[in-house]
Design a protein around this ligand. Structure first.
Ligand SMILES: Cc1cc2nc3c(=O)[nH]c(=O)nc-3n(C[C@H](O)[C@H](O)[C@H](O)COP(=O)(O)OP(=O)(O)OC[C@H]3O[C@@H](n4cnc5c(N)ncnc54)[C@H](O)[C@@H]3O)c2cc1C
Length: 430
C-alpha cells in the first residue's frame, strides 16, 4: 500500500489555507499545503517596486477581527492605523467626517459637512450605539435586507446614501450599488466601532508570511496546482498524484466549485487599483478619501505612506486609487482608464498630480465574491462536504480576512473531531 503523503492536504495557500495549516500543526496533524502560484498569500500579496510596497489592491486589516486577534501577533506586524473617519469629496470640496466618539477632533467638521442631514448624523450615531450593544452572533440573527433597503428603512436620506454609504460600503464589498447584505454592512460598522483599520508596516503580505513562519519547513509547496480529486487521490496539473486521509479545499469560490463539482459559484466582483508615486502627499491626513460625487472612475483614494511610511521611499508618497466600476470605454484599455483617473485626480488635487508617476495598475478580476442576501450565518457554516473532504474560504460567509481565517481553523477542527482527536482549541465562534 502506498504511504500517505500527509494526513491532510490543504489546497490553496491563502489566509484560509494557512490558518487551517496552523491549526493542524498545533494539533500535531501531519499536513501539506499545495499552492498553485509561485507564492503564498492568495489575495494578500505585496510587490516591492522601486522602493515602494504595493499591495495587490488596497486593503486593510481590521484590528477588531476576533480571529485575527486570536491568530496573529499584532506587535510583530507593527500595525499602522488609519484615523477613524473619512474625507468625502462632494460638490467640488473635501469634508472630513467621523464618528464623534472615535474621532472627536473631527466632530465639528462632521456636524457641518453637507454629507447628509443633521438627522442622518444622529441616525448614524444611534445605529453605531445599537450595534455596540450587540455581539457578532446577534448581528447575524437580524432580519436581512440589501444594504440599500436597510438604510432606507432606517430613514437615511438619499443624500447620505449617495455621498457616503455608496462610496464607503460599495468600496468594502466592491459593489457600488450596495446590494450586499445589511448584516455585512452592520458587521463592518461594528468592527470599525471596536478597532482600527490598519496596515502592517511592511505590507499586507506580512499577514500570510507570519502564519507561514509558524509552520514546519517543507509543509508548504508552491507551483502545485490541483486539477482534481479522484478516488481518494489528489491529481496535480503536472500529473503527480498525492494521497492523504483528508483534503481541505481552501481556494477561491469558483475554483472550489470546479474542483469539488458542487454548487454554482456566486459570481465575482472585480476591482482595479492604481498606485502613484508623488513627491508630496496631496493630503496630510491618515484618512481614506471617498468619492461622494458619484462621477468619474475613482471610488476611493488613500495616501498609504501617510499611514505606513515604509510603503514609500524617504521623501516620496504612495497614493492608492481604487476603481470599483471600470467605465465601459476603459474595460479593455488600461491607458484610457489611467487617463480618466488622472483627469479626476487633477480636478481634485490640481496641477501637482501632473508630476505623479504611475507605478503599477492591478486589475483583479476575482476581488471578492458577489454578496447578495441571503448571507449564511458565518458562525454556522459546516466545513464538511463529504467524508474526508472539507472546505474553507471567505466566500462561504462574509468575505474578509476574519472569516477566511476562521473558516480555515474550523475546517482543521472539524477534521480533528471527525478523526477522534482531542480538539486543541476551543470552538470559539468568532
Ligand atoms: C482589492 C481587495 C481588497 C480587499 N480588502 C479587504 C479588506 O480591507 N479587509 C478584509 O478583511 N478583506 C479584504 N479583502 C478580502 C480578503 O483579501 C479575502 O477575503 C481573503 O484574502 C481571502 O482569503 P482566502 O484564503 O479565502 O482566498 P485566497 O486569498 O483567494 O486564496 C486562495 C488560494 O488558493 C490558490 N489556488 C486556487 N486554485 C488552486 C488550485 N487548483 N490548486 C492549488 N491552489 C489553488 C490561489 O492561488 C490562492 O493562493 C480584499 C480583497 C481584495 C482583492
Amino acid at each position: 500500500m502506498k504511504t500517505l503523503d500527509a494526513d491532510v492536504i490543504v489546497v490553496g495557500g491563502g489566509v484560509a489555507g494557512l490558518a487551517c495549516g496552523k491549526c493542524l500543526h498545533e494539533g500535531s496533524v501531519p499536513f501539506l499545503i499545495l499552492e498553485a502560484s509561485g507564492r503564498i498569500g492568495g489575495r494578500l500579496k505585496t510587490d516591492p517596486v522601486e522602493g515602494f510596497l504595493l499591495d495587490h489592491g488596497f486593503q486593510v486589516l481590521q484590528t477588531a477581527y476576533p480571529e485575527a486577534q486570536r491568530t496573529l501577533n499584532y506587535r510583530s506586524l507593527d500595525l499602522r492605523p488609519f484615523a477613524p473617519g473619512a474625507v468625502v469629496r462632494l460638490r467640488g470640496r473635501f469634508y472630513r467626517v467621523a464618528d464623534p466618539l472615535r474621532g472627536p477632533r473631527f466632530a465639528l467638521d462632521t456636524l457641518f459637512a453637507p454629507v447628509g442631514t443633521l438627522g442622518d448624523k444622529m441616525r448614524v450615531l444611534r445605529l453605531v450605539r445599537r450595534l455596540c450593544r450587540m455581539n457578532a452572533d446577534d448581528l447575524f440573527r437580524q432580519r436581512e435586507y440589501s444594504a440599500l433597503d436597510f438604510l432606507r428603512r432606517e430613514g437615511f436620506s438619499e443624500r447620505i446614501i449617495e455621498a457616503f454609504f455608496k462610496p464607503f460600503f460599495g468600496g468594502v464589498c466592491l459593489d457600488p450599488e450596495i446590494h450586499a447584505s445589511s448584516r455585512v454592512l452592520q458587521y463592518v460598522f461594528w468592527i470599525l466601532a471596536h478597532g482600527d483599520a490598519a496596515l502592517p508596516s511592511q505590507g499586507i503580505d506580512s499577514i500570510p508570511a507570519q502564519l507561514a513562519s509558524q509552520m514546519p519547513e517543507g509543509c508548504i509547496r508552491t507551483h502545485m496546482r490541483v486539477k482534481k480529486i479522484d478516488a481518494g487521490q489528489l491529481v496535480l496539473e503536472n500529473g503527480e498524484k498525492l494521497t492523504c486521509r483528508a483534503v481541505v479545499v481552501a481556494t477561491e469560490g469558483p475554483e472550489a466549485a470546479r474542483i469539488l463539482g458542487i454548487g454554482k459559484p456566486s459570481g465575482s466582483r472585480g476591482v482595479c487599483c492604481l498606485y502613484y508615486a508623488a513627491s508630496e502627499p496631496p493630503i496630510q491626513d491618515k484618512l481614506i478619501v471617498l468619492n461622494g460625487e458619484g462621477t468619474g472612475p475613482i471610488s476611493n483614494l488613500s495616501v498609504v505612506s501617510n499611514v505606513a511610511p515604509a510603503y514609500a521611499p524617504p521623501g516620496q508618497a504612495l497614493v492608492a486609487v481604487t476603481v470599483v466600476t471600470v467605465p465601459d470605454d476603459c474595460q479593455e484599455d488600461p491607458e484610457t482608464l489611467e487617463s480618466a483617473v488622472r483627469n479626476q485626480l487633477r480636478d481634485w488635487y490640481g496641477q501637482q498630480t501632473r508630476r505623479w508617476r504611475l507605478l503599477k495598475t492591478y486589475r483583479i478580476r476575482h476581488g471578492l465574491p458577489l454578496q447578495r442576501p441571503p448571507t449564511p450565518d458565518p458562525t454556522r457554516v459546516d466545513p464538511r462536504v463529504r467524508r474526508g473532504i472539507y472546505v474553507c474560504g471567505e466566500y462561504r460567509s462574509v468575505p474578509s480576512i476574519q472569516w477566511a481565517m476562521l473558516s480555515g481553523r474550523r475546517a482543521a477542527e472539524a477534521y480533528m473531531k471527525d478523526s477522534g482527536m482531542k480538539q486543541t482549541t476551543d470552538d470559539a465562534r468568532h
